[in-house]
Design a protein around this ligand. Sequence first.
Ligand SMILES: Cc1cc2nc3c(=O)[nH]c(=O)nc-3n(C[C@H](O)[C@H](O)[C@H](O)COP(=O)(O)O)c2cc1C
Length: 416
Amino acid sequence: MDDSRQVIAPAPALAPGEAEERLALMRQFPTALDLRARARKRMPNFAFEYMDGGAGADGGIKRNWDALDAVELVPRYGKVVAPPPADTMLFGRPYSAPIGIAPIGGPGTAFPGAETYFASAAQAARVPYTLGVLSGITVERAAEIAPDVLWFQLYRFSRNDHKIGLDLTRRAQAVGVHALVLTIDTPARTIRPREVKSGIVNPFKLTMRLRWDAIRSPGWLSSLARNGIPRFVSLNPYMPPNQSLEESAAFIRREQGGAFTWDEVAKYRDVWKGPLILKGVLHPADAERAVAMGVDGLFVTNHGGRQIDALPSSIDALPAIRATVGRKATLILDSGVRSGVDVARAIACGADAAFAGKSFLWSLGALGPKGPAHLINVYTEDLKASLGQLGCATVDELRSVVTRHRNAWTRADFGA
Ligand SMILES: Cc1cc2nc3c(=O)[nH]c(=O)nc-3n(C[C@H](O)[C@H](O)[C@H](O)COP(=O)(O)O)c2cc1C
């Protein structure tokens, strides 16, 4: 892939009838929360609980939503603003909107085949898609489906001096992945009570209880029939052949775990030649250290409230991180994003783009394979409307919108 390209490859023309279908979906499901409500009815309970549940009593999820809702933006009037475009540059690459799909491990449990549907929708819309390493398609296959928009996320596979992690990094480089994301915010395993109570087992198996649960979800079952039980196939070359699901799960438990140390991040910085992103940064001192060692971008995130429900919301941590790194790093916000207005809030508070995780899974649960394209459309149209409402002619102009963000952490709050 040519890294110097500065124009967005044009999105394919709409097929006959597609414009009408888009409009009909917009009327029925104009927001991400409409998709959530429908997903809850249509999905097997275990699949909904796996994707939707947070740590503890979902306190982190609620904090993320409340914190975004609390950010106020002040419009300026007095000039005519043509319908603004939403396109943006991230790491020197053009995208049609500052909106992306965050990495999701085991998304096939929520909706079998999710990775393929995400990759196709992101490629068609020209927005970033971050393939998680724990996915049902390989990084090579994802690069075939989404050559213009693919990012790749790694957890820490540290045995044998990071043999697996570094090999995956080289494979990602070879197929032209645009950005490598190292997730640092999962130092320990966590318990998500809703997931535990739903009856899901690891490795994923359709036990009698889950079968009974799934029987009322024909869309989910037919996607399972098409795509099979999810396996983390990028890891196949490192396992002995013909592993059972149990054996592969045991292999991953053995090989993967903990958070990358700074020395390990430096190792990946040496091997990976493209944009390197750390995912999970909430403290300005960590942001500063990452940038000083050559990291290009940070996901300011609390993992969507899934790891521990005592963390600050990412929107509240964001301004202090931007103040610390200045323009030396690209900042991606995720956790709690449910609308284009939230994307506008994130950018006005210091982000370059906002990504979402759960809502993309809701979209699949609600509408099946058509869901992700519809949700990208919802977010993009809402962002464009927000730009217009606020008097911004471009996404960049959002940076100068006056905000009131009462709960933002200051650098002094962090002791910085
Ligand atoms: C079901 C599920 C699985 C996830 N798996 C991963 C993962 O494998 N790696 C990772 O870095 N983040 C993972 N995340 C976190 C997301 O990348 C993202 O930070 C989070 O979902 C953003 O919050 P939101 O869900 O409120 O949009 C996962 C999130 C969900 C919902």
